[in-house]
Design a protein around this ligand. Structure first.
Ligand SMILES: C[S@@+](CC[C@H](N)C(=O)[O-])C[C@H]1O[C@@H](n2cnc3c(N)ncnc32)[C@H](O)[C@@H]1O
Length: 201
């Protein structure tokens, strides 16, 4: 099954445990504690849009992109209900250049980590760099392999997995062990990694 069909099936059946219905506190903390100036933001794999909408409500000009048509439709509905200006585009990130680039800040929650191959994660990182302006920032929230888990949950990556993929294109500014923002008890452990685009890319 293609990635697109896999996610379509999950959104259609409501099997979307990542969809917290609220912005992730990791994003809020990073954006409010760091001097990230108002800029154009790209939310890759935006899902139903809660993080994009929060960013748009907080002085950023936001484009959210996702491979799932159902997620994009829900995101548009939420933004309209909240009376927030935010663009949502149906697109496969690894194969397309997103209109609106360069961005000052790229955010993704659980999209980068969904790629199981090292090559794809590196391609994802390179594509993020290609969409960023000089010295632009990328914040990714990633399932953390240091959690000993029984049962289902998000993909888990090590710190080395992250660094290996991003290192050629980004300087890691911070890599912290955290957990996913969630409205459920015992949310899965996560990494939050803030990076800055290197001059060479
Ligand atoms: C685990 S969900 C997280 C959604 C959202 N970021 C959130 O936190 O609620 C991963 C999202 O990435 C999207 N996605 C996966 N691969 C993608 C790709 N290659 N291009 C664009 N979106 C993709 C999926 O459709 C899904 O909505």
């Amino acid at each position: 099954m293609t990635i697109e069909k896999r996610y379509r099936k999950r959104y259609k059946s409501g099997n979307t445990p990542w969809d917290a219905g609220q912005p992730d506190f990791n994003l809020i903390e990073i954006v409010t504690k760091n001097p990230i100036l108002s800029c154009k933001v790209l939310d890759v794999g935006c899902g139903t849009g809660d993080n994009s909408i929060w960013l748009a409500q907080n002085r950023f000009q936001v484009i959210g992109t996702d491979i799932s048509d159902i997620a994009i439709e829900k995101a548009k509905e939420k933004a309209s209900k909240a009376n927030v200006k935010c663009d949502f585009i149906l697109v496969e990130f690894l194969k397309n250049k997103i209109e609106g680039a360069p961005f000052g800040f790229v955010f993704d929650r659980s999209c980068f980590h969904s790629f199981s191959s090292e090559d794809d994660r590196r391609r994802f990182a390179q594509n993020v760099a290609n969409h960023l302006e000089k010295a632009g920032l990328w914040l990714t929230i990633v399932g953390n392999a240091d959690e000993d888990r029984q049962g289902p949950g998000p993909p888990q990556r090590t710190a080395a997995d992250i660094v290996l993929a991003v290192e050629p294109y980004f300087e890691v500014l911070s890599l912290q062990s955290s957990h996913f923002g969630s409205n459920r008890p015992n949310p899965p452990k996560a990494w939050r990694c803030l990076m800055q685009k290197r001059h060479i890319t």
